[in-house]
Design a protein around this ligand. Structure first.
Ligand code: GUN
Length: 298
């Protein structure tokens, strides 16, 4: 029989709570005459998704009490000019952390830009030094989506030790790091992790083995009801804009999980929107606070 009593992993509510916690901490910093954390964001071009994400990041900074700067370039900016800006931000002592919103225009070597960022200001956690430190369990900036997923698991007290976690997707910013973090000797962690991708055989069979299923493919409604074990925890990282003429925006933000079919089988499931998305932004804010207080790198 289907289990109808699933619980939503409410990223919107958890992130709102974290925002209040951080706002209090910033107020305390201010009262003590400390430095106000400052996040800068570099945005290239006018991609709709990137515009929205960056606007949300800037707004959340303001709500918490951080300083923020938005640096915009047109999509014809040269790689050289962008690297020059990265260098300027590396050397701006008021800027505690900064991000370059991805994706960048194809002409620009994304990895070169990422590696130009001072790892001590790399609040996205994309620099190879942060990725490497994460992989061997050293203090570092954890990239925001994996960190947000872990925080959600933690705040709902979901057991992870000995569980089989299946990750769908092997991207550098979600699949690989979340797989790595969940196999660590820690909580959340101590999972047995399987990573599936476009060349995986018997993917639905592997999904059905999952106690915790993390879908990060960017393939709308890929995970169907019959791919999920009864009582599983399902975390949906997908946020694809699917055209929808009935909406004012013209699109519907659609996850990688066919929610109506899957939810009744779950113990816990994230909604889209309102699940992983808000947790990602708030995790970037957490990293900004850690950067501002020099909590990881002096
Ligand atoms: N594009 C999609 N996700 C992210 C992110 O977390 N950081 C940056 N900089 N770009 C992104």
């Amino acid at each position: 029989m289907e289990n109808k009593t699933y619980q939503l992993l409410d990223g919107k509510a958890v992130s709102a709570q974290m925002k209040r916690e951080m706002a209090e901490e910033v107020a305390r910093l201010k009262a003590e005459g400390g430095k106000i954390p400052h996040l800068a964001a570099v945005l290239v071009g006018h991609d709709g998704g990137s515009e929205t994400y960056v606007a949300n990041k800037v707004r959340t900074c303001e709500e918490i009490g951080f300083r923020s700067s938005l640096i915009r370039f047109e999509s014809d900016v040269t790689e050289e000019r962008l690297l020059q800006e990265v260098d300027r931000l590396n050397n701006d002592s008021d800027v505690d952390g900064f991000i370059v919103q991805l994706p960048l225009p194809k002409r620009i070597a994304e990895q070169k830009v990422i590696e130009a960022i001072d790892y001590r200001k790399d609040v996205d956690g994309f620099h190879p030094i942060n990725v490497g430190r994460m992989a061997i369990g050293l203090p570092c900036f954890l990239s925001a989506t994996p960190a947000g997923i872990l925080e959600l698991i933690k705040r709902y007290g979901i057991e992870t030790q000995g569980k089989h976690c299946v990750v769908l997707g092997r991207s550098n910013i979600v699949g690989k790091p979340v797989a790595n973090l969940l196999m660590r000797k820690a909580y959340p962690g101590d999972c047995t992790v399987t990573v599936c991708h476009s060349r995986t055989r018997n993917l639905p069979d592997l999904c059905r083995e999952a106690d915790i299923l993390i879908a990060a493919l960017g393939s709308p409604e890929f995970v169907k009801g019959d791919m999920v074990k009864e009582g599983a925890v399902v975390i949906d990282v997908g946020t694809t804009r699917v055209p929808d003429a009935t909406r004012k925006s013209g699109f519907k933000l659609t996850g990688d999980v066919k929610f109506d079919e899957v939810a009744p089988r779950c113990s816990f499931i994230t909604p889209v929107p309102g699940g992983v998305g808000p947790m990602t932004i708030i995790s970037l804010m957490r990293n900004t606070l850690l950067a501002g207080t020099k909590a990881i790198y002096a």
